[in-house]
Design a protein around this ligand. Structure first.
Ligand code: S5P
Length: 480
């Protein structure tokens, strides 16, 4: 671990001790958003209850950057906002505020405050791990023409954020590194050597790669058969077994509009996929015979059927939408999906119908389309909802790996052999980006297959690319 490069002013030490006393720095076992267990946790939000401490922290941050050139400052929401406010008021430097979401009414501003194109703004942050929060704020400022060359942070966790930011042209000034915190707390008798070693070891082994914006903390990677044995949910187990048997992590999104096209496509492509995903309500000529034949193809070619109905209503309504009506989805789909927006009632309603029929549900935690709102706290809350309903929720629609729990499946739509975007906001990533780099399990491919000149050849290509990407992730894990 890198040692701190500068001598710290005397007051720095007392501030670390006070942060420790108010539980802003905690040691133990903490599950992070990524699902990884960390032996150290920083919750600097508590500082707002200790105004003197917050003022002292703001002063320390200011001392770090007085040499940098900027004409405004902007705190990363939310923890750093009051700190930035104190710095702004004490030194008479104008402040900008970045909205986490642009307002849907009025002026629709992403950045509040007065600025001109070419202004240089300093970013203020409490803790930097991967650097992605600072980068998000820098991007938002850049989108309105404001430049960012420097960021100041109270704590650099030494997990690669500094390097990542440097790569993007932002110099990080940190008051403390994780090493400083450990040294001070150990010196003051607050931590024993065992804890210090444990944290040092954790940091050493959990660095973010500078070329990635998402968490690259890699949990154990299982092969499909090994992972199937860990699953108690019969749908997840069966799916992983199929993935192992067929060497396929490919889901066909069969978004065609007639029953004949659907059944012909599925019959040809079926041998190469682990899942066929339908939007049954886009068929012009749906009859029960369509799904009877689809189920026969599922048995013949050994895949599961996923109806992409995206349920999003109160429990009582989704119960009827899933369990009856013209499509009677629960009678033929192995997997369905739902938005978490209505709260856990949506899962409970679907479970009432689906659990006894051996159906599993995916929650839509992230989406592939540009500007979608399933991000940040919403995504985190969706993962919690899944964890609370593990008997029925089998995983996520997402574009990143959201939990290290191997019994949850991640399925990612928006996949083509080359990255890009369609004219309606769909964003495409490649199989290797999705499976190797982002740690998802299944690629969902629609137009990349059914619009290809030869859908079978295209499916084979995606099957190979997806499986190779999985083997690359497995190999990387085994050799790291
Ligand atoms: O965020 C999402 C979630 C889903 S399920 N983005 C998506 O594109 N989907 C679905 O995946 C979408 O409804 C479509 O059926 C498929 C992607 O199709 P493609 O033609 O763009 O590959």
């Amino acid at each position: 671990m890198a040692a701190s490069s500068e001598v710290m002013p005397a007051s720095s030490e007392s501030i670390v001790l006070r942060l420790f006393e108010v539980d802003a720095v905690k040691f133990g076992d903490f599950t992070l958003k990524s699902g990884i267990t960390s032996p150290v946790y920083f919750d600097l939000r508590v500082m707002i209850s200790f105004p003197q401490l917050m003022t002292d922290v703001a002063n320390l941050l200011w001392d770090k950057i007085s040499a940098s050139k900027f004409i405004s400052l902007c705190g990363v929401p939310y923890t750093a906002l009051p700190i930035a406010t104190l710095m702004s008021a004490s030194h008479n430097i104008p402040m900008l505020i970045r909205r986490k979401e642009a307002k849907g009414y009025g002026t629709k501003k992403l950045i509040e405050g007065i600025f001109r194109t070419g202004d240089v703004c300093l970013i203020v942050e409490d803790v930097v791990s991967s650097g992605s929060s600072v980068l998000d704020t820098a991007e938002a400022l850049k989108s309105v023409g404001v430049l960012v060359t420097d960021a100041v942070v109270l704590l650099d966790r030494e997990q690669g954020g500094r390097q990542k930011l440097q790569q993007e042209g932002i110099t990080l000034h940190s008051v403390f590194t994780m090493t400083d915190i450990l040294t001070i707390l150990k010196g003051a008798g607050k931590l024993d050597s065992q804890t210090v070693d444990k944290v040092a070891c954790y940091i050493e082994h959990n660095r973010f790669q500078p070329d990635q914006t998402v968490c690259s903390l890699k949990p154990k990677v299982y092969d499909y058969e090994e992972r199937a044995k860990l699953c108690t949910n019969s749908v997840t187990r069966r799916l992983l077994e199929i993935m192992g048997e067929k060497r396929s992590n490919l889901a066909l999104s069969a978004d065609v509009t007639t029953s004949q096209e659907l059944l012909q496509l599925v019959d040809k492509v079926g041998p190469h996929v682990c899942i066929v995903k339908t939007h049954i309500d886009i068929l012009e000529d749906f009859t029960q015979e369509t799904v009877t034949k689809l189920s026969q193809l599922a048995a013949r070619h050994n895949f599961l059927i996923f109806e992409d109905r995206k349920f999003a209503d109160i429990g009582n309504t989704v119960l009827h939408q899933f369990g009856g009506g013209m499509y009677n989805i629960s009678s033929w789909a192995h997997i369905i999906n739902a938005h978490g927006v209505p709260g856990p009632g949506v899962v409970h309603g679907l479970r009432e119908v689906g659990a006894s029929k051996g159906c599993g549900c995916l929650l839509i935690a992230e989406m592939s389309s540009a500007g979608n709102l399933a991000t940040g706290d919403y995504t985190t809350a969706t993962v919690s909802m899944a964890e609370a309903n593990k008997d029925f929720v089998i995983g996520f629609i997402s574009v990143n790996n959201l939990t290290s729990d191997p019994t949850f499946i991640h399925m990612t739509p928006g996949v083509q052999l080359t990255a890009g975007q369609d004219s309606l906001g769909q964003q495409y990533l490649t199989p290797s980006e999705v499976i190797t780099n982002r740690g998802s399990d299944i690629i969902i491919v629609g137009r990349g297959i059914y619009e290809a000149k030869d859908p079978v050849e295209a499916a084979k290509q995606f099957q190979l690319a997806g499986y190779d990407a999985f083997v690359a992730r497995l190999t990387e894990f085994m050799t790291s």
